[in-house]
Structure formats: C-alpha cells, structure tokens
Design a protein around this ligand. Structure first.
Ligand code: DOR
Length: 442
C-alpha cells in the first residue's frame, strides 16, 4: 500500500473491533480499501469523528429474500438493500425463490443487472438447487456474484423444492462450495398440515411444523453431505434437538440462527401478533430459544442471518394456514443483536464473529470480514449507548412492518461505510446506490 497519498476517509477515535481485540484507534480508507490503522494524523479528504463509538467490520446478512423479479409489491432490490444499509448491513446474499426462480445463468444475470443499478450495499445471489439443474450446479455455483447453492427440502414460499434423497445427493455431488439448506421434511409437513387446518390459528404453527419436521430433514441432509464430503450450511436452525445433533458434525457443517428465534417465543408471539409471527421454521417455545443461545455460547453457531422475508399486511391477513410465512429482518438484525450484547447474552466480539468474520470465512468472501490493512473498507459504526424504540415507519421495506414495532433497544448502527464511502449516517442514506457484486474464493 502507498501510504504517501491522502486517504479518502479517516475514521478517528472509535473502539475498533480488530482481529486482535477491541482497540481505540483510527482507520484510513482509500479507493475502497483500508490503507492504514493506528495513525490518527493520516492525511485525509474527509474525517469522521467516532469517539465513543464502536467500529465493526461490515455486517454481512447471508440470508435475505428481496422478491425481485416477480413480487416487487412485497420488496425490491432497491428497497431491500436500502433497509440493509439503514440497519448497518454492508453485504447481502439473496435467496432464489423469486419469480422466476433463480435456476440458471440467465436468472442470476437478470438479478445482477438490476442490482448493478439499484443496490445500496454489496450483493451476491444464491443459485437454487433442484432436480432440473442438479447436473449443472458445479458450473452455476462459480458464476460471478453467486454466493453458492440453496436448497429447500420443505415447501416454504415459492415452488423451489428438492425433497427426496436421490435429488439431494445429485445436488450435493455436483460442485464443491458450501450448500445452504432449508431443512424441514416435506413428507412430514404434508402429512401434518391437517393439524394446522383443524386448529385454524397460527398458535398451531410449531405444532404442525414440529421439532421432528426439522430434525428429520437436518439429519437426512447432513448424512448425505457426509457421504459425499460436501460442506453444508444449515439455515435458521430452530430446535434444541438439531443443535444437539449438529454439534457432532462441525467439521463439515456450519450453522445459522436468526434474531427472530433468539428474541421471540411461542406461544406469546402468536397470541400477540397473529400471523405476523408466522415464519418457517416456526418460532418455538422457550426451551428451544435457550438451546440456541447455549449453542452460540459454546460455538456451535457460526452465523446469524436475518431471513428477511417480507409479505404485505394484506397477504398476512389470509386465514391461517393459507397466510404466507416470513417477516422482515435485514434492517432490524443488527439493532436486535446489539441489544442482546447490551443484555450480556453474548459479547460484541462474538457478535462480530457471527455477522462479519463468520460469513466471510465460511463462504470465502474476498476482502471482507475483518478490519485489516488491505481489506475492503466495508465498516459498520455503532453506538452501544443509544436507546431508541423500533419504529415501523422508519423501515425501508416495501411491506412496511416488522415484528418489533415499539420495542426499546439499546445499541444502534449510526453509520454504514461501503467500499470506502459513507452510505448511511444517523438514519439517512447518502448519495445513490453503488453496491458491487461480491467476490468469492475459487
Ligand atoms: O418463513 C419463511 N419465509 N421461511 C422461508 O424459508 C422462506 C421465506 C419466504 O420466502 O417467504
């Protein structure tokens, strides 16, 4: 690095979450990269006084559904990524259950084309894995801006499904990158749907989509992954039983949990919010939430993602179980987790591992996940003291609601720096969308 040239931006005085630990120091950024750490007098065109604040590596939300193309009344890449940067997120991985489904090079190119014009943060797209494209996945997963392959073992929203072992094996055999999986057992879900219909109330959601629906699928897909030595990422793990199983397979299998499952509990959330609390896999009873926190503490969990899955209020009003599953999350992911840090449920260092360095390491993101000279200048500045109520009116999401309206949280993002540019400051987005396609190790 040439340290003679002035920096574009110098962030001064923050407690910087360095790989070696939290340190009060300065970070200089030039041409989208970090060029110096520790020189508070580094010449710079622009400075940001961050005294009293914490500087994190840019937050990666590795599970969002932004609905474009096909369902732009629910969400768009523009609104979804604007919500992300307002929430301190600098990179997103977007899911393939759009319309059309993301199953081909053309499908992913169409998303890239929209994102290149409209994304506020950096982005990558998952390729859906199905019987139709299984034999092409080794090539498809290496397309530029592809975060890997995503498989739905159980129907959730949209038509993407790979529910039998023969198809799953074909998918897992074709390619080498980590495969992300939604693990709910389709046959069991079908055989139990009558329980939801008979109950007619969303309180039955975790009864219909019970512990065994999740556990069966997780065991099946982990067994197949071990058989063919394919790294796996089990998305939104929601049960104590899966955590007990997954802890024995950490060499090959990574684990994601969601703020929803860490924050909300059944049956209270269903009684209070009705179908707004409906998502897959379901929000469950306290004993499961306790097990997820324990799994964070002992290291079984690798990543926290948001599973941002917007549906309009009108759609959510359909009679259960015809009401769609999913809720917003990318803008609320970091405030919720910072509040959990302030409540001492996890340390800020552990959170950085879960939402910054963890996803970067697992998915082989080039230049992301740590504050270090030579890395990309994607940074999230947070105020651990700020107390504020969640306010649905501040959401960028086109669906306009969250499960947390009115909840008072301590710990908020105050600035988002992406590719060396301040893109969000004090709750306002700045400039215009300039997100870039993410790169991954070969
Ligand atoms: O609740 C959910 N909704 N879970 C998923 O896995 C899919 C998502 C959606 O796309 O709406």
């Amino acid at each position: 690095m040439n340290t003679e040239l002035p920096a574009d931006l110098l962030i001064q005085g923050a407690t910087v979450m360095l790989p070696s630990g939290p340190t009060v120091t300065s970070v200089a950024c030039r041409n989208g990269h970090i060029v110096a750490i520790g020189d508070e007098h580094f010449p710079a065109a622009d400075t940001l006084d961050a005294t009293g604040l914490h500087l994190l590596p840019g937050v990666v939300d590795s599970q969002v559904h932004f609905r474009e193309p096909g369902m732009t009344h629910k969400e768009t890449l523009e609104a979804g990524t604007r919500g992300a940067v307002l929430g301190g997120v600098t990179s997103i991985f977007e899911m393939p259950n759009t319309q059309p489904l993301t199953l081909s090079a053309e499908d992913i190119a169409a998303k890239q084309c929209i994102a290149a014009q409209q994304a506020w943060c950096n982005y990558a797209f998952y390729m859906g894995g199905s019987a139709a494209n299984a034999e092409h996945l080794a090539t498809l997963e290496t397309l530029p801006g592809c975060s890997g392959v995503k498989v739905f073992m159980g129907s959730s929203f949209g038509d993407l499904l790979a529910d039998d072992d023969a198809v799953l094996r074909r998918i897992l055999q074709n390619g080498r990158r980590r495969v992300a999986v939604h693990a709910e057992d389709e046959a069991r879900l079908r055989s139990r749907r009558h329980l939801a219909e008979e109950a007619g109330h969303v309180t039955a959601h975790p009864v219909w989509r019970d512990v065994d629906s999740a556990l069966l699928a997780t065991k099946r897909v982990v067994t197949l992954a071990l058989e063919v030595s394919r790294p796996l990422h089990v998305l939104h793990v929601s049960t104590a039983e899966e955590m007990a199983f997954l802890q024995h397979h950490k060499a090959l299998v990574s684990v994601e949990v969601l703020p929803q499952h860490l924050t909300l509990c059944a049956p209270e959330c269903y009684e209070r919010m009705g179908t707004l609390a409906q998502m897959n896999p379901p929000i469950r009873e306290k004993r499961h939430q306790d097990a997820l926190w324990k799994a964070i503490e002992v290291g079984v969990v690798d990543v926290v993602g948001s599973d941002h899955a917007p549906h309009t209020r009108e759609e959510k009003k359909k009679a259960y179980p015809d009401s769609p599953s999913g809720m917003t999350g990318t803008q609320t992911l970091l405030p919720l987790m910072l509040d959990h840090v302030n409540a001492r449920r996890l340390s800020l260092t552990r959170l950085v591992d879960l939402v910054c360095s963890g996803p970067a390491r697992l998915f082989g993101m080039v230049g992301k996940g740590r504050i270090a000279v030579g890395y990309d200048a994607d940074l999230t500045l947070v105020d651990m003291q700020a107390r504020q109520a969640m306010d649905d009116r501040k959401l960028a999401s086109k669906c306009g609601w969250s499960a947390y309206d009115g909840m008072v949280l301590q710990g908020w993002p105050v600035a988002t720096v992406i590719n060396g540019r301040i893109v969000m400051r004090d709750g306002e987005v700045l400039g215009r969308p300039a997100g870039q396609a993410l790169q991954f190790l070969p």
